[in-house]
Design a binder for this molecule. Structure first.
Ligand code: G6P
Length: 622
């Protein structure tokens, strides 16, 4: 959470920093700030509360902050309320007013992450004469760097290394030292940070979209490493202060994919990009009608030897795991458990040595998922990560990686990455089933043929979105919604319900349809919206019965059914249809109307669907 950017080169820094922050606002958006240096002058800091546009206004789109070297930050508050004084950058010395103005301090910096031992460090620094102005853990790390810088030999590397040894927690920090004009210093542990270099200019950011427009040559700074960044150059150092070599990576994403491209919001754009995200992800492993997972590093021998699968993830990625549990168990007959990473990591799980742990993450940086991966590895368990962001920490640490090809996802509420994760998981289910002999050649070919129809079928659903827009406007005022289904339809309900609540702030719950009677049905009142997902042929009549039980108590019923199941209309007040597909893969289609419903209800309520309150896209704190 929180986004950081930095720039040093021949151009004015502030407009570039503001532009970069605009691509990272999904990481946090309760306050923002810049520190820019003009030549050897001290840095000037400007901070504002609220969205980035306030900072752009206050700095006249950056024109009021001259200088070619600077750092910037967009915040998602952890320690200290969203306020100007708590906004970054923070300084090592005295702070005037709420923190904006010329910096006379030695060190100015921004930070993404959490310093766990900040209280003890703060007390130490207070004892050494430091005064604190904000409630943040960041001010502690900046002042600690200053403390070591002054105590020892006035060398940034030494000061940063000593600080890194002393702090616990996660951080990506950028620092400017008054005595070192023309340099930005950076360090990281746990939190993401990339450094991009082009002719005579260097860019720093939490994530690729912020610098994609300027360069594709990107360095991933390692954990517990620090970097000295100058115009067009970067040098990396390990914890001993010895220089290390990092090879650059070429980013393949195109720059337009990080722009709205004429859509009102990233979310609706990304909903429309789902056919391509799924098609590209499937095409990366389906070659000449066969699934080839060799690039993920899983040999047939290894697959045959697996005794069980544990899927670990957070948020929507966990919902993908829930869907895959049904599909993988059914197609491979391997036992599959699905775990929330935040629970798994503290539960001392029992893992068979021959089992496989699959972690799923769009960002590849989610703190709990990363720790779950590390826990599995520490047990000697083989790990496979399904990840979207190339070079992310989870991708680097997992034994094997299956990259989803969804491209950059900016809206906080995931859509296309979720769909790409499902597609990746289906290919694992079908391939494992075939290799382990639980499905035969004919079934294998049929499943692959069906998988390849998903992109066009999603496209077809998108062409009928106006009806859902109308329905959303009609139901935008509701207080509660319930999503019910059985089997894979239940897992789709989990995602549909999350999509609605996170961006429209309507209370919603997903329930296994058969469980409703065990308590939740007492919440059904006149005109309560109950949405039933009805794509599982074997189960849909049972779910319809549960829906009818709700209708008898006053509910308004919406159904999502497969083409041809028109008798559903005899019971539901409103039905939307999705193309038929093998039931193992139906979540990929049934989720699309639910994404559209969540989006259009949010819009009808006048909300910002891309940046729902209190949320951030990449959750790098536990
Ligand atoms: C946040 C996002 C969700 C996402 C979850 C897990 O809560 O808003 O959309 O599903 O994090 O993120 P990951 O990057 O690990 O998939």
């Amino acid at each position: 959470m929180c986004g950081i950017v930095g720039f040093i080169g021949d151009h004015q820094a502030a407009p570039i920093l503001l532009d970069g922050l605009s691509k990272l606002e999904y990481r946090g958006y309760d306050s923002a700030g810049l520190a820019v240096r003009n030549g050897t002058d001290p840095a000037e800091v400007v901070k504002t509360v609220g969205r980035l546009k306030n900072l752009a206004e206050k700095t006249d789109d950056g024109k009021a902050l001259p200088g070619c070297c600077g750092i910037g930050h967009t915040r998602w508050a952890t320690h200290g309320e969203p306020s100007q004084v708590n906004a970054h950058p923070h300084v090592s010395g005295n702070c005037t007013g709420s923190g904006s103005g010329k910096v006379e301090s030695e060190v100015v910096g921004v930070h993404n992450g959490i310093i766990e031992n900040y209280k003890e460090l703060k007390e130490k620094l207070i004892r050494n004469g430091y005064t604190f102005y904000s409630d943040t853990d960041t001010e502690v790390i900046i002042k600690l760097v200053d403390y070591y810088y002054k105590k020892y030999i006035q060398d940034p590397i030494d000061a940063i290394m000593k600080t890194m040894v002393r702090v616990r927690g996660s951080y990506a920090i950028e620092l400017m030292f008054k005595d070192h004009p023309g340099e930005i210093w950076a360090a990281r542990k746990g939190s993401p940070m990339i450094i991009g270099v082009s002719d005579g200019e260097t860019y720093i950011a939490s994530d690729v979209p912020a610098i994609l427009k300027y360069t594709r040559k990107v360095y991933y700074i390692g954990d517990l490493q620090c970097a000295k960044i100058t115009a067009g150059d970067v040098h990396f150092y390990d914890l001993n202060g010895d220089e290390v070599t990092i090879e650059p990576t070429e980013i393949k994403w195109d720059a337009e994919s990080a722009e709205k491209g004429g859509y009102e919001h990233f979310m609706i754009k990304e909903i429309h990009e789902q056919p391509k995200a799924v098609e590209d992800t499937l095409a990366s492993v389906i070659k000449d009608g066969a699934i080839d997972l060799s690039e993920c590093g899983l040999s047939d021998e290894q697959i045959k030897d697996i005794s069980a699968i544990t899927i670990v993830a957070c948020g929507s990625a966990w919902h993908v795991g829930m869907t895959l549990q049904y599909a993988i168990e059914d197609l491979t007959r391997l036992p599959v458990r699905v775990e929330l990473a935040s629970e798994f990591r503290y539960r001392n799980p029992i893992l068979d040595p021959r089992s496989l742990v699959i972690v799923i993450s769009q960002s590849g940086e989610t703190a709990d998922t990363l720790e779950a991966l590390r826990l599995a590895k520490s047990h000697g368990i083989k790990t496979l990560a399904i990840v979207n962001v190339v070079g992310s920490t989870i991708a680097r640490e997992a034994d094997n990686v299956f990259y989803t090809l969804a491209g950059p996802e900016i809206a906080v509420a995931t859509t296309k990455a979720y769909s790409a994760q499902l597609a990746a998981g289906y290919t694992i289910a079908v391939h494992f089933g075939f290799v382990r002999g639980t499905i035969d050649r004919e079934q294998y070919d049929a499943y692959i043929a069906d998988l390849n129809t998903i992109p066009a079928k999603i496209q077809k659903i998108l062409e009928d979105k106006e009806r859902l827009q109308w329905f959303a406007a009609k139901f935008a005022h509701i207080r509660d919604a319930f999503f019910i289904g059985r089997g894979i339809d239940y897992s789709t309900c989990l995602e549909g319900s999350l999509k609605m609540k996170e961006i429209s702030y309507i209370h919603s719950e997903a329930y296994a349809a058969g469980e409703l009677k065990h308590g939740t049905i007492s919440l059904i009142e006149d005109q309560t919206l109950v949405i039933g997902v009805l794509t599982q042929n074997k189960l849909y009549e049972k779910t319809v019965s549960n829906m009818v039980e709700c209708k008898s108590r006053g509910a308004y019923l919406m159904g999502i059914a497969s083409y041809g199941k028109y008798e559903v209309e005899d019971h539901c007040n409103f039905v939307t249809y999705v193309p038929s597909i093998d039931p193992h893969f139906s979540a990929s289609l049934a989720v699309v109307p639910l994404q559209l419903l969540g989006y259009y209800i949010s819009i009808a309520r006048g909300l910002d669907a891309d940046k729902p309150r209190n949320l951030a896209k990449s959750v790098t704190v536990e």
